[in-house]
Design a protein around this ligand. Structure first.
Ligand code: PLP
Length: 404
């Protein structure tokens, strides 16, 4: 018999580590979604900065179908054509010379950290093992990456934490100088903190980190899992800053909704990931690689990247207009189509309330911590969907204001 799952099935059958909304979307097209009852939503959440081309974009559907009828998976015992094409595309479009493919952002960061440690041990000795990262940063949910991440709530309660990890304050070079030394193996940083509240790095900060790494023979790792693949208005956010890392990780938008990720590095460092040192069964999966290649070729064009900058201005304009009327935000910030609106003091901790009210109005949005409303829509969201989504957001905010 045909069976329609419902929200209670989540509590019944799934581990309780998430708290999903009551509605269950079943279909998406572009920047619109429909739930089980046929109600329509505008999508400003983009699957948490993943659905870079909205839902079921024809270019991605075509790549998926074609590859799906050709070859899905081989394992790394063999090379495959889509993976080789994807690696070449990433190398040709970035600072990198070499690519390690995997399936998630946490996995890409795990590879980056392991590579940095091996490189430092091989070239400088066992003492060079300190990894510096930043408070409030987010790098994934593996045990190494939650430990490097700067939110203790994600790493505590699981027993002994991997050692050699130090945390400085974001955008505070002085706090890094107090920790950096000849035992520093790597500095890992998001060019804009995503989960931590949509906080862009200042140019001086990233330039300073580059300089400190050079002075101390340490590697600079940019976690561009959230900021990458056109989201910032450039293919990768480092291009906005003109600061080049030694290792860069990319995931989320890379597959436009298909699980795929990559760690990029240079010929100077890559040899430390010698045969047998690291691996991933799904890394370089042919189906995932074919979709990611189609996504990156579509996104890394002047039309799409300039479109991101244009839409950023539209989003910002709408948010400022709403705020001029209702005064719910203290600051509107972000890059490209990764934007945050920090709640005003009277509404502190209430970002989540906006999400629930927005769903009532037919809009999906995100938060980044308790105080920031986050928007990460499709990079090609149509202007009429932006306008309609913002009308819905304003109605949600009107309800918040009445309730306050
Ligand atoms: C989402 C995110 C990750 C983790 O990616 P997963 O695919 O969930 O493992 C890591 N770093 C940043 C900056 C992220 O935004």
């Amino acid at each position: 018999m045909d069976y329609t799952p419902n929200r209670h099935d989540f509590d019944r059958y799934m581990t309780p580590n998430y708290a999903p909304q009551e509605v269950i979307p079943v279909r998406g097209k572009g920047s619109r979604l429909w739930d089980q009852q046929g109600r329509e939503y505008i999508d400003f959440a983009g699957g948490i900065a993943v659905n870079a081309l909205g839902h079921c974009h024809p270019v991605l559907v075509e790549a998926l179908k074609t590859q799906g009828e050709t070859l899905w998976h081989l394992s790394n015992v063999f090379a495959n054509e889509p993976a080789l094409k994807l690696a070449k595309a990433l190398v040709e479009r970035t600072f990198a010379d070499k690519v390690f493919l995997c399936s998630s952002g946490g996995e890409a960061n795990e590879a980056a950290l392991k590579l940095a440690r091996r490189w430092a041990v091989e070239h400088h000795g066992e003492h060079k093992d300190k990894i510096i990262s930043f408070r409030q940063s987010f790098h994934g949910r593996t045990f190494f990456t939650v430990s490097v991440g700067g939110q203790p709530k994600y790493s505590q309660g699981f027993g002994p934490i991997p050692g050699g990890i130090l945390h400085a304050d974001y955008n505070d070079l002085e706090s890094v100088m107090q920790l950096v030394g000849d035992d520093t193996c790597a500095i890992m940083v998001e060019p804009m903190q995503g989960e931590g509240g949509i906080l862009p790095a200042t140019p001086d900060f990233l330039e300073g980190l580059r300089q400190l790494c050079d002075e101390h023979n340490a590697l600079l790792i940019f976690d561009e899992v959230q900021t990458g693949v056109g989201r910032s208005g450039e293919l990768y956010a480092y291009k906005n800053y003109g600061v080049t890392p030694d290792i860069l990780t990319t995931a989320k938008s890379l597959g436009g909704g298909f699980p795929v990720a990559a760690m990029l590095t240079t010929d100077r460092i890559a040899p430390s990931l010698a045969i047998g040192t690291h691996g991933s069964t799904y890394g370089g999966n042919a189906l995932a690689s074919a979709v990611a290649l189609a996504a990156i070729e579509f996104i890394d064009t002047p039309q799409v990247l300039e479109g991101v900058k244009k839409r950023h201005a539209l989003f910002r304009g709408h948010l400022e207009t709403i705020n001029a009327k209702h005064g719910v935000f203290k600051e509107i910030r972000g890059m490209g189509l990764l934007m945050g609106a920090q709640m005003a003091t009277e509404y502190e901790g209430r970002a989540k309330d906006i999400l629930a009210l927005a769903i009532e109005e037919g809009l999906m949005a995100l938060i980044a911590g308790p105080n920031v409303l986050r928007l990460a829509p499709s990079l090609v969201i149509p202007e009429e969907d932006i306008a309609e989504g913002m009308a819905r957001l304003e109605r949600a905010i009107e309800k918040l204001v009445v309730k306050a």
